[in-house]
Design a protein around this ligand. Structure first.
Ligand SMILES: NC(=O)c1ccc[n+]([C@@H]2O[C@H](COP(=O)([O-])OP(=O)(O)OC[C@H]3O[C@@H](n4cnc5c(N)ncnc54)[C@H](OP(=O)(O)O)[C@@H]3O)[C@@H](O)[C@H]2O)c1
Length: 248
């Protein structure tokens, strides 16, 4: 039995466990693969988890350990190193622990789907946490300049109150990398001036639950194109799966 899993602090409603259980069933892998949730009360517990979990091949990492896991790993992919966050760990056959960031694969897939051939001059990223760093990485890769929007001027380039007509008209891609609008608080949306949006705007919400967020519906009311975080979620999971199973 090959063991996979997810580490985090509170894992009550994990998408990944269901995703991989369905995948293993669909692909006839249920006898040989298992994906379990491992709630760790502190990152210090990860060493024992890695040493004592039988047949551990790889695992995902979620809040609040995406950065804290790094000192416990032997090496990082270039992207994980650049971003400074790991959401996927592979244990190689010789026992080395290698950290990857597959969120960026999910972001790449999502932006391809949302934008197609559309050329974006510049973008706004709402929120300045780990997900925001990964989004910034992919935007830089695509040559799209961006500004970070934060509730705290010292963390970002712009405050929400500074998003006026000039800013909205010159940023046709707006990415919600904050948890605002996530279940159960589904009636709220990031505090941007939606009435200034148009059919020239593209909204990407990293939130995947609900699959249509208030951010998306408010944007759509003004003609904006919108995509949820669901594609990102599937793509990052599949990317982790291929990392765990490929020959190094
Ligand atoms: N679809 C996927 O596969 C996927 C993958 C990763 C993450 N996500 C989602 O992306 C979102 C962000 O993830 P994260 O790990 O970066 O989360 P996080 O660190 O908890 O929050 C990101 C940032 O959002 C802003 N923020 C937090 N609470 C806020 C509030 N009440 N009002 C306004 N802004 C707020 C903060 O930035 P400021 O303090 O600068 O305002 C914070 O640094 C989450 O909803 C997560 O579920 C989705």
């Amino acid at each position: 039995m090959r063991q996979y899993g997810l580490i985090g602090l509170k894992l009550g409603h994990s998408f990944s466990a269901n995703y991989f259980a369905d995948k293993f069933l669909r692909e006839g892998l249920s006898e040989e693969c298992s994906y379990r949730l491992f709630e760790l009360p502190a990152i210090e517990c990860v060493e024992e988890f890695m040493q004592t979990t039988p047949n551990l091949v790889g695992f995902n990492v979620t809040i609040p350990y995406k950065q804290q896991i790094i000192p416990y790993l032997d090496s990082l992919s270039r992207e994980a190193e650049d971003i400074g966050a790991v959401n996927c760990v592979k244990i190689t056959p010789d026992g080395r622990k290698v950290g990857y960031n597959t969120d960026i694969d999910g972001i790449r897939v999502s932006l391809d789907k949302l934008l197609g051939d559309k050329v974006i001059d510049s973008a706004l990223i709402l929120g300045t946490g780990g997900a925001s760093l990964a989004v910034g990485y992919v935007l830089s890769e695509r040559g799209i300049p961006y500004s970070l929007v934060s509730r705290d001027k010292s963390k970002g380039d712009l405050l929400y109150s500074e998003l006026d007509e000039t800013v909205i008209n010159s940023n046709h891609l707006i990415i919600n990398a904050s948890p605002v609008g996530m279940y159960p608080k589904v009636d709220v949306a990031p505090d941007i001036p939606y009435h200034l949006l148009s059919a020239d705007h593209y909204l990407f919400d990293l939130v995947y639950n609900p699959t249509t967020t208030r951010f998306m519906t408010l944007g759509a009311e003004y003609g904006a194109h919108a995509l949820s975080g669901l594609d990102m979620l599937y793509a990052q999971a599949e990317s982790a799966w291929s990392i765990w199973n490929r020959e190094e």
